[in-house]
Design a protein around this ligand. Structure first.
Ligand code: SF4
Ligand code: SF4
Length: 223
């Protein structure tokens, strides 16, 4: 999931100061799990804006904010509230915000969140980064643990000389990713897999902006 955190509402207020009326959009997926785009977060933003003399014309927590067409369809029932707004505040990740940019051709769109990383919820509303979206996954060779993300240097061969007592040199609170990989391979009796030295990565696989079609040829024909 995409991990987001709320921006300082006073900074948002400063950014949108020339507008008076807003439509709010959240997201039922990652941003809801992060508590940054669920109904409660939208209500909190509504209360904040209204206590500062602004008006909220309406709001929607779409099923999947980054699903542009689906969000556009869900917004049809809020046509008047959207038309009445001077600007849109999107309370999801940067992708959801850019869905709104595509949908609202004639209105400015502002994000209320910062998108931080792709990670896992390890406990309720506690998140750890797990994947750097490199475009060519190697964790089939590293015991299911991503060295690119969990090692601050992103080393494909480790540990480096900075490792001490199983901890990373950046902080004694950070376990060395390569010690974790070693320990897991050992517990799985797969240490022989560590004899293979990973090839340098083809970084072009993660070139931006990424695009992909997973449509089958049959679906393409029907289009
Ligand atoms: S190797 Fe790449 S795709 Fe796989 S988890 Fe790590 S960053 Fe993500
Ligand atoms: S100590 Fe381990 S995790 Fe830290 S930079 Fe070196 S190899 Fe990477």
């Amino acid at each position: 999931m995409i991990i987001t955190k709320k921006k300082d509402p006073n900074n948002i207020l400063e950014t949108v100061k020339k507008y008076d009326k807003f439509f709010l959009i959240g997201c039922s997926e990652c941003a809801s799990l992060c508590g940054t785009g669920n109904e409660e977060a939208l209500q909190e933003m509504t209360d904040f804006l209204e206590s500062n003399g602004k008006k909220v014309t309406g709001q929607l927590v779409p099923k999947t904010g980054c699903q542009t067409l689906g969000t556009k369809i869900e917004l049809k029932k809020d046509k008047e509230a959207c038309a009445d707004a001077d600007a849109v505040i999107v309370m999801s990740c940067g992708a959801g915000t850019q869905s709104a940019t595509e949908i609202f051709k004639d209105k400015p769109v502002y994000p209320s969140n910062d998108s931080l990383f792709l990670g896992n919820m390890t406990r309720f509303q506690m998140f750890d980064e797990r994947c750097s979206l490199c475009g060519e996954c190697v964790i089939g060779k590293t015991a299911g643990i991503c060295p690119l993300t969990n090692c601050p240097k992103g080393l494909l061969v480790g540990p480096c000389g900075g490792m001490s007592d199983g901890k990373c040199e950046v902080s004694p609170d950070v376990p060395c990713a390569w010690v974790r990989i070693y320990e897991r391979q050992k517990s799985l009796d797969n240490l022989d897999e560590m004899k293979e030295v990973l090839e340098p990565k083809d970084w072009s696989a993660g070139q931006k902006p990424g695009n992909l079609s997973t449509r089958s040829e049959k679906k393409e024909e029907k289009k």
